[in-house]
Structure formats: C-alpha cells, structure tokens
Design a protein around this ligand. Structure first.
Ligand code: ADP
Ligand code: ZN
Length: 696
C-alpha cells in the first residue's frame, strides 16, 4: 500500500515543523514507500535530506544513510536529534566506547536513521543481515561515478547492497544534473529501474547579479554595509587574494576570515566551524570551501573572480539561500580573469572543452537579457519568460544606436593590423599620449583620438559588448590581440547597424536595499537569543532554528503555544524545548512597542498589502511567504466576509473544469487527487480556490 500525503503531512509537521512539501519530495517519498528504487536529482537546498528522513520515519526499521562527509553527518544528526528523531552516525573519529554504544543501539533497533561513511560500511558487513533495514539512502550519489567531479573509490562497493538486499529500496540523491553521471549512478548502484525524479534547477530566491570588476573592494564594502548581520561567502581565484581581501574587510570593521587549501587541516576546520556557528559571518575562500557545508542562512555569495564554468558558478551560488529566503548572488566580471583562466586552461588536457565552457560562462556574465533564462537553458530547462529576480530583469538596459562608435572601433582594430590587445586599441581611440603609443607612432594612425569623448572605462565596456555580440574576437594564444570577425566587415563596409546597451553609471538598483528595510529589530533579537542557546548547547545556530523560522516568528508574532506551533520549522520537539523562551522574547518585544503597533494577524497583513495594490507574487516576496500561503490568506479574508473578488484568480472555464473533476473524483481524499487528475497542470492553490468558490 502506498502511504500518501494524509499520513505523511502530520509526520512532516510533527518532526520538521513544515506544512507542505517542496517540489518532488512527496513523489520521491511515495516511491520509496512503495519499495521502488529512486534516483533523486535536486539542486542544493532543494530538500534532499528530508526525502529519506521522512521515509525512514514512515517505515518500520532503520534507514542506513551513506554519506561522504563526516562533518555533514554530524550536523544532520544534530538537527535530527533536536527534532526528537532517534539518529546516530558512526565514524572513525569517535571513541571506541561511543562506537560500541551506537552499535548496540543499532542492533537493538533503536535507531530510525543510521549514518555511515562508505569507508566504514565494510565494517558492518556481517551485521547488516541481522538488522531490520527500511531503506538505503546514498547521499551525494555522484561520488560513485568517475564521471562526476568528486569520485570516491569507497562508493563503488555500494553496488553490492542491491545484490545482497534486493527487496530493500535504494534512494540515491545528488545535485549533479549531468546526464552521463546520472546513468552511471544507476548502473553502479545496480538499480536500473530506479524512478528518476529530476527537480527544477531553478532557485527563484537567488537574486542573480553581475557587475563589472572595477572597484570591486569598494563595491563589496558598500554591499556589506547594507547587510550588517548577514552571512556570506566571497569566492576568489588565489590564496593570496583570499588573504588580502579578508584583511581589507577586517580593516573596514567586518568579521571576515580567509579559507584556502594552503592552511593546515586544523586551521581550516576551525574557520569552517566559526562560520557555521555564525561567529565569523564572512568567509573569503578559494573554491575548495563549501563542499559539505550545510549552512542554511548564507544570505549572499560573491564571486570576486569569474568562475571557470557555469556548473561551478551554479554550485557555488547554490550555497546561498538554502532556507528558501531571498539571497543575493553577485558576480564580478573582468576581462583580466578571462585571460588568466584561459592561461590555466591552456595547460589542461581537456582544453577545448574547457575553453568552450569558459566562453559560456562569459556569455552569461555579459548577457543583456534575463540571466536565469541563460542559466536554466544551460541546464537543459527551456524557459523563455524573464524571471523578475535578476539584475537584467529588474533594470533592463536601454540600448542606443552605436553604429558609428562600432565603425570607429573596428576601423582602429583594422588600422592597427589586428595586432594589438584591447588596452592599446582603447588608448589609440582615446588619443592617449603614453610611451607605448608614441613608441609605435600610433599617433599617426587615422583613428587616433576618434573616441576622445568617451572615458577609458566606458569604452572598454563597449568593446566588451562588441566582443559579446561577435563583432570582435580575441586571439588568446597570440597575446590576446583583438581581431575582426565577418560581422565587423559588415559594420565597416555595409553599414550594418549595431545596438549597444547604455552603461549604468553608479546608479544603485532598487532591489539591493530591500532586505534592510524589512528588519523590524525582532529578528535581530531572536537571532541573538538563538545564538545564546546554540553556544550553550555547543551546536550550530541553525540546529536551534533556521533563519526562515525566525523570519516567520517575526511575521506571525505568536503569543501562545498554539500560535507558536504554526511557525514554519516548529515541530513537537522544538515546541517543547523552545516555545517558552522564544515566546517570552517575542512578548518582551511586543511590550516594548508603542500600542499603535497592535498585532495584525498574518492574513490581515497580507490583505493590507493586497489593498495597497500589490500582486500576489509581490506580496509573497515582500513577506517571504509562498504564493500558496498568500492565496490561502485571501481565501480566509473572503471567508470572513471581506468583499474580495476571488474570481479574478481563477477563470470560469477553470472552475467548470474543477467542478467536472469533482464529480468524477468521488473518492478524492485531498487536493493531491485533483492535482494528479489535472496531470500537475493546475497549481494547488488554484484547485483549492476553485473548490472553495464552488462551495461558497
Ligand atoms: P539539500 O540537501 O537538497 O541541499 P537540505 O536537505 O539541506 O537540502 O534542505 C534545505 C533546507 O530546506 C533545509 O533548511 C531544510 O530544513 C529545508 N526544507 C526541507 N524540506 C522542507 C519543506 N518541505 N518545507 C520547508 N523547508 C524545507
Ligand atoms: Zn531575470
């Protein structure tokens, strides 16, 4: 029998404090409960762990979780235990005594989840048959594949599990989207018939932002000034720059530390620990940092240097906003980085592919249309609609007719014999009088000084746009000299018209300021309280509560235990442990506020915004809630007698379809049956709204 939502939802609330599933979670869990093998592919932050954790809770026996990273295991077990779930991990760093104790628990069947590294699994070989195993979960399953990027030899023995336990379902989980790796995972684990669940790679809460690399440090300091308490990661290319940047930030008064492979393992784990526990909110790191860090409240990720491909970029920005709250991904784009990366690549065996990937990375950075579209298309998800949450969508560039400018640039390149790099071409166009120019007598070239009126940096930006549009090209293997493409010949000789984007002059974008204005002070108080509790218990702050829960407390302002239970992330165990102390803090906060700030119910707050003319999507973003929830609020207002036209959200034909479904689904248990009836083409909220209107 398949256990479906009605029984899983209470478990989800009781143990994790959530009211609904994230995309694909339910389907994955249902398959595992039906004893099917599953391959779950979800982006970082998609909620993979919950898939096997909830399956384990719904089944008899113990789930064996194979996980590659000791630090991660410990974090997960801490979180599970804080939620009142019997879980333990086993690894070589534990004392013999602890190991013995855990093995006893395992043998006695006292554990719902047992975490073990693949290297330690051999140790249990004789024992597994004696246990009542509910599920094998293979986390970071791409480690089994030598195609993947983190191959771990010990993973290869996991294929035996299916041979030995053919009836126990295997759930493999990974964030690697690449098809070859997926096939290899299924093959190596010997689960050829695994149901594959491929979640969308979209992370709508990440704001995608790209800026030119001039004055990076100044930009970063301004950026951080606007986010005083937020945690984030700055990625850069070299060890040296991690150190120099973190020093600059420290001098400016920020708590920042460097992290790179040249540090001793002890130093590194110390820094990592300080980051996880929020003692040091800012890490400046080389790419080695982040793998296996399960910190949910990283609010921003900055790329000081251009990543060498989109996979890496996406994985790194994916460390932001895992709690689903807004997070900012800022990439600095510089041509010097491209040149340096190309030099690295030229020494690699696989250079052709890597050049091509770098080029796509560049195209992304230079995009003049929605960045999310570019990103998702790269991962094979074909979208055409602008996302509204990237720098381009929020302030689309204006274009101007740059035909004459383009002609001047192309002409200079031609007159310099296509021999000079970008810097020299710009110098000549601007009529520079430096030694290099004069040495080569370039002051006699016909286009010398032809673009005097444009600043050096602006002109550089225009030349990059011309590169991006395929008018010019760079010959990287020959001193990065600029050359003309066939398109340039059309510009020069056929008067081909060229449009370039108008450059934005230090105009700050509206979106950047938003997070600050939303702080009412309570969040900060709750954060400090959380920190105190976490320090006392010696656990990372998010084991107590994630940022999403604190935000929800700030929005809902609970005053009773029942109201506290409604906060996202509050399950039974957290209610028992923390309701009192957090309610006290909230009450104190409310008492300190003037009476006029009387507490508005959450659906009233939504309605206020709705009356102000905000759309449902805007309200959801402003309040950090899902659109589902917002529609729920509006329905509630309607049910309370508010005059509110709900028919604007669901059309008459749609209502008719829902009515039809209702009459054919006589045994419908819940919304899910309708959802499936419509083959997932009608969103939950619409079904709910339709049914509500039919009843009303
Ligand atoms: P992944 O392993 O896929 O990167 P995690 O399992 O760490 O993602 O989950 C990311 C975050 O989402 C965690 O903070 C987790 O508690 C939260 N989460 C998981 N499932 C849900 C859900 N159904 N509703 C709300 N939050 C969830
Ligand atoms: Zn966009």
């Amino acid at each position: 029998m398949i256990t479906t939502a009605p029984t899983l939802l209470p478990l989800l609330k009781k143990y994790f404090g959530y009211d609904s599933f994230k995309p694909n979670q339910l389907a994955i869990i249902e398959d595992a409960l039906a004893k099917k093998d599953v391959l779950a592919i979800m982006p970082t932050g998609g909620g993979k762990s919950l898939c096997y954790q909830l399956t384990a809770l719904a089944l008899e026996g113990t789930a064996i979780v194979i996980s590659p990273l000791i630090a991660l295991m410990k974090d997960q077990v801490d979180v599970l235990q804080a939620n009142g779930i019997a879980a333990a991990y086993y690894n070589s760093s534990q004392s013999q005594e602890t190991q013995q104790q855990i093995l006893r628990q395992l043998e006695d069947g006292d554990l719902k989840l047992f975490y073990v590294a693949p290297e330690s699994l051999g140790f249990f070989t004789g024992m597994l048959e004696k246990l009542n195993i509910s599920l094998f979960a293979v986390d970071e399953a791409h480690c089994i594949s030598s195609w993947g990027h983190d191959f771990r030899p010990a993973y290869t023995q996991l294929g035996n599990l299916k041979n030995r336990f053919p009836t126990i379902p295997v759930m493999a989980l990974t964030a690697t989207a690449d098809k070859t790796t997926q096939d290899d995972i299924v093959h190596q684990l010997r689960i050829p018939d695994a149901e594959r669940h491929l979640a969308s790679f979209n992370r709508p809460n990440l704001f995608l932002d790209v800026k030119p690399a001039q004055d990076r440090i100044k930009h970063i300091l301004e950026f951080l000034d606007e986010r005083p308490f937020e945690s984030g990661i700055i990625y850069c290319l070299s060890r040296k720059s991690t150190e120099s940047i973190s020093e600059k930030l420290q001098k400016a008064g920020f708590k920042a530390k460097a992290y790179h492979a040249g540090m001793s393992p002890d130093e590194r784990s110390f820094v990592q620990e300080e980051f996880i526990t929020d003692k040091v909110p800012i890490i400046v790191a080389t790419i080695a940092f982040g793998m296996g860090i399960d910190k949910s409240n990283v609010r921003w990720v900055i790329h000081y240097n251009l990543p060498k491909n989109i996979e890496g970029y996406y994985q790194e920005i994916g460390r932001g906003g895992r709690d689903g709250l807004p997070a900012h991904a800022l990439l600095f784009y510089s041509f010097a980085d491209v040149a340096q990366l190309r030099r690295f690549i030229s020494q690699s065996e696989n250079a052709d592919v890597e050049y091509a990937k770098l080029e796509r990375m560049q195209q992304f950075a230079e995009a003049l249309s929605c960045r999310r579209i570019a990103l998702l298309n790269y991962f094979g998800e074909h979208v055409t609609q602008g996302c509204g949450n990237c720098d381009i969508c929020t302030s689309p560039p204006a274009y101007f007719d740059a035909t004459v400018l383009a002609q001047k640039v192309c002409s200079a390149v031609a007159r310099l014999g296509e021999r000079e790099p970008m810097g020299m071409v710009i110098d000549v166009l601007r009529g520079a009088q430096n030694a290099q120019v004069l040495e080569k007598s370039y002051q006699n070239v016909k286009t010398y000084g032809a673009v005097k009126d444009v600043s050096w940096l602006d002109l550089q930006q225009y030349v990059i746009q011309l590169l991006n549009q395929g008018v010019l090209e760079i010959n990287f293997r020959e001193g990065a000299r600029l050359g003309l493409t066939p398109l340039a010949k059309e510009v020069l000789f056929s008067n081909k018209s060229i449009q370039l984007a108008v450059l934005q002059k230090g105009k700050e974008k509206k979106t950047v300021v938003k997070s600050k204005t939303q702080q009412t002070g309570l969040f900060e108080k709750l954060r400090l309280l959380r920190q105190e509790i976490a320090t006392e218990q010696g656990v990372p702050a998010y084991v107590v509560f994630g940022d999403a829960s604190l935000k929800d407390m700030e929005a809902k302002l609970p005053t009773t235990e029942t109201e506290f239970m409604e906060v996202s992330g509050v399950g039974q165990a957290k209610l028992d442990k923390y309701a009192e102390i957090f309610l006290k803090e909230i009450a104190k906060h409310l008492a300190s506020k003037p009476v006029k700030k009387s507490k508005r119910k959450t659906h009233d707050q939504t309605f206020d915004l709705f009356s102000d003319g905000l759309t449902v999507a805007e309200i959801a973003e402003t309040r950090g809630l899902s659109e589902n929830t917002i529609y729920g609020h509006l329905m509630k207002k309607h049910a309370e007698g508010e005059e509110l036209d709900l028919n604007q959200f669901v059309s008459a034909p749609e209502i008719a379809k829902i009515e039809e479904a209702k009459s054919s689904l006589t045994e419908a248990q819940g919304l899910k049956d309708f959802f499936e009836y419509f083959e997932a083409q009608v969103p939950y909220w619409k079904i709910k709204l339709g049914l509500y209107l039919l009843e009303a």
